[in-house]
Design a protein around this ligand. Structure first.
Ligand SMILES: Nc1ncnc2c1ncn2[C@@H]1O[C@H](COP(=O)(O)OP(=O)(O)OP(=O)(O)O)[C@@H](O)[C@H]1O
Ligand SMILES: O=P(O)(O)O[C@@H]1O[C@H]([C@H](O)CO)[C@@H](O)[C@H](O)[C@@H]1O
Length: 161
């Protein structure tokens, strides 16, 4: 089963151990507030770029700063637990900064992956990765779309994007 790294030191020693076995380290990051089919698809494709997939997940306070006070809908411990249950994921680490730059600088992944909604020039940490991969969306879904649909259904209000 996948594991959660309690701190960056634990993560660093895991990465060193895996690299020692000749394994390719893939890293990606995100908020993963309400996990959906798009996340599952992109994480499986991310894993396929290497041998070990580590996912950096924003802390609750990080998400509040970057996505607004009303988010996240799902607390970080539950968001972590969902990712740990995904077949593609080997490890999860929570980061509290606005960006995963410090984690990426630490592990220098062989491959850094984001969904194709992120232009390369906006992918934080790209200069510390062996290469950067952007995964195209095959599902037209997002956490925001899910939230907005629920508000529309239950509150009869159209939420402005
Ligand atoms: N439909 C999708 N298909 C593939 N990848 C996706 C999809 N939606 C988001 N991603 C990717 O998942 C990662 C986490 O993104 P995030 O948690 O912001 O999801 P989101 O659904 O876009 O959430 P929000 O609507 O709150 O922005 C990012 O790398 C993003 O590019
Ligand atoms: O879930 P998101 O919004 O895709 O995740 C964010 O990604 C940002 C991205 O990596 C910038 O290149 C990152 O800075 C931010 O902390 C979220 O993880």
């Amino acid at each position: 089963m996948a594991r959660v790294f309690r701190n960056f030191e634990e993560l660093e020693s895991f990465v060193k151990q895996e690299r020692g076995k000749g394994r390719k380290i893939v890293f990606t990051n995100g908020c993963f507030d309400i996990v959906h089919a798009g996340h599952v698809d992109y994480l499986e494709k991310a894993k396929a770029f290497g041998d070990v997939l580590i996912v950096g997940i924003n802390s609750d306070s990080s998400i509040k700063r970057i996505k607004g006070e009303k988010r996240p809908v799902v607390p970080q411990d539950y968001r972590v637990r969902v990712l740990l249950g995904l077949r593609a994921v080997d490890g999860v680490v929570v980061f509290d900064d606005d960006t995963p730059l410090e984690v990426i600088k630490l592990i220098k992944p062989d491959v850094l992956v984001k969904g194709a909604d992120w232009p390369v020039e906006k992918i934080v940490g790209r200069e510390y990765a062996g290469k950067v991969e952007r995964v195209k969306f095959i599902y037209d879904i997002s956490t925001s779309k899910i939230v907005n649909k629920i508000v529309e259904i239950y509150c009869g209000k159209k939420v402005e994007d």
